[in-house]
Design a protein. Sequence first.
Length: 324
Amino acid sequence: MASLNFFFKLAFLGCFVFGIAKGQGLYVGYYKAKCPNLENIVRGITSQVIHRAPTLAAPLLRMHFHDCFVRGCDGSVLLESPKKQAEKDAFPNLSLRGFEVIDQVKAAVEKACPNLVSCADILALVARDVTFEILGPYWDVELGRKDGKVSILNEALTNLIPPSANINALIQGFQSRGLSVKDLVVLSGSHTIGISHCSSFANRLYNFTGRNDVDPSLDPRYILELKKKCPPGDQNSIVEMDPGSSLKFDVSYYTLVSKRRGLFESDAALLNNQETRDYLTYQSIRNGPTFFKDFGDSMVKMGRIGVLTGKAGEIRKICTKVNY
């Protein structure tokens, strides 16, 4: 879902396909009896963080995407490797920020309810709460995930979808995880917040087909604006994905894509399918009448991908390492 960086700076979908869980064992209120103050704890810390550093909303939301698209929603993106061979060490995940926020939330939850709440569930709750904090939708989060014990750099490289993906690769990547074409276009709307480095789209400006050309699907006037911000060879400068509105969760992303101003090729690709094109056109013209509800619904579906429940997995005491 580049940074997609939603999907938001993601790497190419490989042939690795895991079993898709339908959410067995997950339900709203899973911790109600044993940890009744859980959501208040998470929301309180998240609110304080976003009030202080609103730019963390996008990477924290993206972190949940990146977790779920590799091995399922099992918290594996949080694990650290002494040899830098975990998912978080893969190139598509190097731009993720806010791991310390997850650690802060986990420590507070452990103090209140030791050995009960998984890091995977905390990721899902934080993703919902940061979205709401920047004026986005609120949805009920299904809980009950267990944490995985494996995190492999190469799996992140081969199972995250890149910002250069065409519509066929996007649809295949989502459908292999039990997500629909509608989920694809809805969750791509998360690009309404956040930033990207020039390196993620520079080829569209300077060398699209290897002939020093530009991407013809990109609005020429927008190309000129982007070239001013991203001169040739610039790998480090950043650009708002939704110019002028990157800290507010709204429907303007769809208007931009409709005007051929989507920052990534994966954004522009949404114009190449009838269903995705109709959805973004409807939301942009009608000012997003169903977008917030649709986004919450799709996030719930995404949160069911490959989950570990019951006796599978564990409840990590510390999110960065497995229990011993």
